[in-house]
Write a protein that binds this ligand. Structure first.
Ligand code: FAD
Length: 325
């Protein structure tokens, strides 16, 4: 019996959220007295895979089939299911990314397993396999007991620190699931990567600078962009800003947009409506700049600046440009 972690790559490197999943998988394996193996698919550097040893992963099964460079749900599920079978994995761990959530649900059906998404804790294993899930957009927590033989866990981004288990490099083994054309029956024709004007992918960004309707119009977006550039951050916006065409829709964060989980989220001229908070409340530190001291966002903020964005942000840009990065 073992633990299997599905890791996702981006630009050849392992995504931060997958390093969190690997950490989680290793810690569950320790609890259960077994080892943690990873499965990786598509374009990932083998050195990056071997480095998963730092998170306690002993072995990585790597399917480098180029047809898998773009996400194809059925094919990914087949690869992971075969890896799970080969490794006799009873606990499967993913990041709660779009891909992780999609393959997790399909795998639960295929392996007759139970699935818990948005998991924030390691399991309690005395008398069951009980994990805590973040529910209702982070407003509440639910404890669930996974009772089936195969347990599938999608770990909420930023829920745990990436650990360094101090182990040597993982061994990387080539792996193939003998995919056929039928596995690619529903495959994307083209994938268009949408990076933000900050040049950093929003879902992977460590820092996000986000603007709302308080910025008055697209002509003032240089404030968001300049601050993002000075901090090496991605840019984002509230929904009305995208609806007004001030910014493209792929920058809109929130319940109906993208969920982000950076270490630092800076909100400029955003009121902090519950639908906006739903997409940003996994951020480690939230800084709010708003001229209204009663703006709801201040209740969710770690740091708040009550002031006019047009006065405050240029000073922040100047200070950020002076930072020794
Ligand atoms: P506003 O609410 O207009 O707030 C502007 C803020 O800027 C105010 O707090 C104001 O005090 C401040 N301000 C004004 N001038 C300045 C200045 N000079 N300096 C500093 N501060 C200033 N919204 C999302 O963002 N994401 C979603 O995913 C989302 N999904 C939704 C889904 C549904 C079903 C519904 C009903 C709504 C959804 N919304 C979503 C909309 C959400 O309810 C809010 O209307 C929206 O988030 C408000 O955007 P805003 O804060 O930019 O604008």
């Amino acid at each position: 019996m073992s633990v299997l972690v599905f890791v996702e790559g981006f630009n050849g490197e392992i995504k931060k959220s997958s390093l969190e999943a690997a950490t989680y998988g290793y810690q569950v394996a320790q609890q259960l007295g077994t080892s943690a193996t990873a499965v990786a698919i598509g374009e990932v550097h083998e050195e990056a895979l071997a480095k998963l040893g730092e998170q306690g992963i002993s072995k990585v099964l790597y399917d480098a089939d180029s047809r898998l460079n773009n996400f194809v749900a059925d094919a990914y599920v087949k690869v992971i299911a075969k890896a799970a079978q080969q490794e006799n994995a009873k606990v499967l761990v993913f990041s709660n990314s779009n891909i992780g959530a999609a393959v997790g649900a399909k795998l639960a059906v295929r392996l007759n397993g139970s699935l818990a998404t948005n998991v924030t804790t390691l399991p309690k294993t005395d008398g069951g396999f009980i994990v805590t899930r973040s529910v209702f957009s982070g407003k509440a927590f639910a404890e669930v007991n996974l009772t089936s033989d195969v347990k599938i866990i999608a770990v909420k981004k930023n829920a745990l620190e990436i650990a360094n288990a101090g182990s040597g490099p993982a061994t990387v083994e080539k792996f193939s699931a003998d995919l056929t054309d039928a596995d690619f029956a529903a495959a994307p024709k083209e994938t268009i990567m949408q990076d933000t004007s900050g040049g950093v992918l929003l879902t992977e960004a460590e820092i996000v600078v986000s603007g709302g309707r308080g910025l008055k119009g697209p002509e003032n977006w240089h404030l968001v962009e300049d601050l993002a550039k000075a901090l090496g951050a991605a840019t984002a916006c509230s929904k009305p800003v995208a609806d007004l065409d001030w910014r493209p829709h792929h920058e809109h964060v929130g319940q109906t947009g993208i969920a982000v989980s950076p270490n630092l989220y800076i909100a400029i001229g955003i009121s902090g409506a519950i639908q906006h908070l739903a997409g940003v409340n996994s951020s480690k530190v939230i800084v709010v700049i708003n001229k209204d001291p009663e703006a709801p966002f201040f209740k969710a903020a770690d740091y708040g600046i009550v002031g006019d964005a047009f006065d405050v942000v240029p000073k922040l840009i100047e200070a950020a440009r002076g930072l020794d990065k």
